[in-house]
Design a protein around this ligand. Sequence first.
Ligand code: FES
Length: 556
Amino acid sequence: MGHRSWMRSQGFTPEVFDGRPVIGIATTWSELAPCNVHLHRVAESVKRGVWQAGGFPLEFPAMALGETLLRPTAMLYRNLLAMEAEELMRANPLDGVVLLSGCDKTTPGLLMAAASVDLPAVMVTGGPMLNGKYQGTDVGSGTAVWRFEEDLVAGRMTQEECAFAEGCMARSNGHCMTMGTASTMASMAEALGMQLPYSATWPAVDARRYETAQRAGQVVVDLVRQDLRPSAIMTRAAFENAIRVNAAIGGSTNAVIHLLAIAGRLGVPLSLDDFDMLARDVPTLVNLQPSGEYLMEDFCYAGGLPAVMRELADHRLLHSDAMTVTGSGIGVNVADAPCWNRDVIQAVAQPFQPAGTGTAVLRGNLAPDGAVIKQSASSPHLLKHRGRALVFESPADYYAVSNDPDLDVDENTVLVVRYCGPRGYPGMPEVSNVALPKKLLLRGVRDMVRICDGRMSGTAYGTVVLHVAPEAAAGGPLALVRTGDWITLDVPARTLTLEVSDEELTVRRAQWQPLAPHASRGWTRLYTEHVLQADAGADLDFLVGASGHEVPRESH
Ligand code: FES
């Protein structure tokens, strides 16, 4: 009586307590997370579907992580969202959940939570914004920001033009419409089988997104009745599919970290090397910024992710029998998916970029536990490069001198920016693609090799070695590099080498001083004391694994 009575304060009729499935709708809505600001409306569509299927929907808030405003980085809070959502899903009397996400970290955070609770779950991402339009051309959020900023510094654009362009980029609800991290993770959720076909690509304002959300409400009730849980969907086969799809769409390097973290919650064995090995025979099919030309709206009209997965399935590059929330294998879901534009979604036989040009995993004495590089966003002539290091202890240190005309740098220099890893910053921000020194930009140089233990936005481009592990703050060899050292990057050989002898590195290590702790209390302290390195998904060590959904004791 107590439970029902208090719930009836919301005006529910008594029949809703007849034992029908109770469906939680976890929403990461917030006006502080502009990419997710329409999720309230998406939740209304989900509710329609839940009622329609005979369930009882209840919407609840989960921490909203907005990429653009949160400091020091939204990534510092991904695990906090995952922990909060996990406990809410377990502690409330829910039979199933619908996960509403959009901006970069909200999708992996909610998937990590759902994996650890293992209640029947469907994800509905909020969809990309409409294409940005500036001076008659398409502009991609994120990607265009980097370009405009460089154009401003180089004098190719005025301050007024920049201010005008600002309003042209983000002109509807939705997340970034390049193949950045949000679009990538929405695609990963679909490739993993956790959201309905086409969910990743319908624009946020497209009526079919709301139709799909309503369908998701129906589907989650079915999942409860069938007892089909995330652990039966997000299997090793599903992760292999996701890794291959990520290569085919030219997806963000952030997918590496997030997929490793989600797999860790499920006990699915997945390693950094899987990303290189599985992607080597997958060509890039999708011609989207930042690696290509088009944007998510074009991808949608060209046939969306199902058209890509069908192409992969037809070439035996997909585990077709991997289960999905539809109750069918993913191969069934995409079997008849049409492609309407082969310029946007290219064929395996004539790909946008050949196999082996996706995210590569590098190893060597500078990254004993691995580092990654997005080849498709790099300059081909820099993929084999030897240069002298110019070392900075933080992005701020670099930017303090990056405009100096006397900076001792040329296009062969290797910029090393360190202490940007999970512990070092903290939170592993997207700062690795530091803008080029003004001196080089004015000479027309558009790319140079950069090495960092942080991340790079999925909307960014450049020859940037990322996620170096162990990070400098954990005492990795990156902390021992000195300006003037020679570094060799050899992406075809998958190596990253600091040309300094072991003996010299031992001497330097003895002199190295760790950073002072970032915080003496609160979340940041908990995070820095427990965060794992990038090659393990940067989850917290005590959050790896699952606790299930049992809540054994009644409190009243
Ligand atoms: Fe939210 Fe790009 S800022 S998706």
